[in-house]
Write a protein that binds this ligand. Structure first.
Ligand SMILES: [Zn+2]
Length: 190
């Protein structure tokens, strides 16, 4: 299973510092009721698109001593099962739902802003579709915070993306906090 576990500033810091080697193993198994520390259990590689390249990122694995299930410790700049980093996904959603641009236009903007020449309109449409399917979850996440209460009578994607932008700016660790509170990762298919 997945555990969002690394609050890191960016992908480069994660790679340069080899953060996956030094993180404390988390407590609590997402599969069973075991509450103690999980044990290190090797590494694997996965790709992420940055700077016109597919870069290999090392991911640490842990194992639960009770149910023996292994879990991947995913750094919070990634979205599980997506090859694009969270920043690309959130920027695309912001351009669609806040700035009101179409998916073709947004694809061109992402190509320029993130230096990712292979981004297609279909990628952006996919981000849009996935986000629209999880509005209820994102809404429930923000219902936990008093400062977002005035936004809670609406399920509008525009409001929810604004909330994510605000949260990211003020507290930074949106992806990590979302996982801790919701017990599923942000952008998980429902
Ligand atoms: Zn377990």
């Amino acid at each position: 299973m997945i555990i969002i576990a690394f609050p890191v500033k960016n992908i480069h810091e994660y790679i340069e510092n080899e953060s996956y080697l030094y993180i404390d193993t988390p407590s609590g198994c997402p599969n069973c009721n075991y509450n103690g520390k999980l044990y290190r259990h090797g590494y694997y590689c996965r790709g992420v698109f940055i700077d016109n390249n597919c870069i290999d990122i090392t991911i640490a694995r842990v194992i639960c001593p009770v149910c023996h299930k292994t879990h991947a410790l995913i750094p919070d700049f990634l979205v599980p099962y997506f090859i694009y980093p969270l920043s690309v996904i959130l920027t695309s959603l912001k351009k669609i739902f806040i700035d009101g641009h179409g998916t073709t236009y947004v694809a061109d903007e992402i190509i320029k802003e993130f230096n990712l020449s292979f981004v297609k309109e279909q990628n952006i449409s996919y981000f849009k579709m996935r986000f629209l399917s999880i509005l209820n979850y994102v809404h429930s996440f923000f219902a936990n915070f008093r400062e977002y209460i005035e936004t809670m009578n609406s399920l509008s994607p525009r409001t929810l993306i604004s909330n994510i932008c605000k949260y990211t700016k003020e507290k930074l660790k949106f992806n990590l906090h979302y996982f801790d509170l919701m017990k599923v990762h942000f952008f998980k298919k429902v």
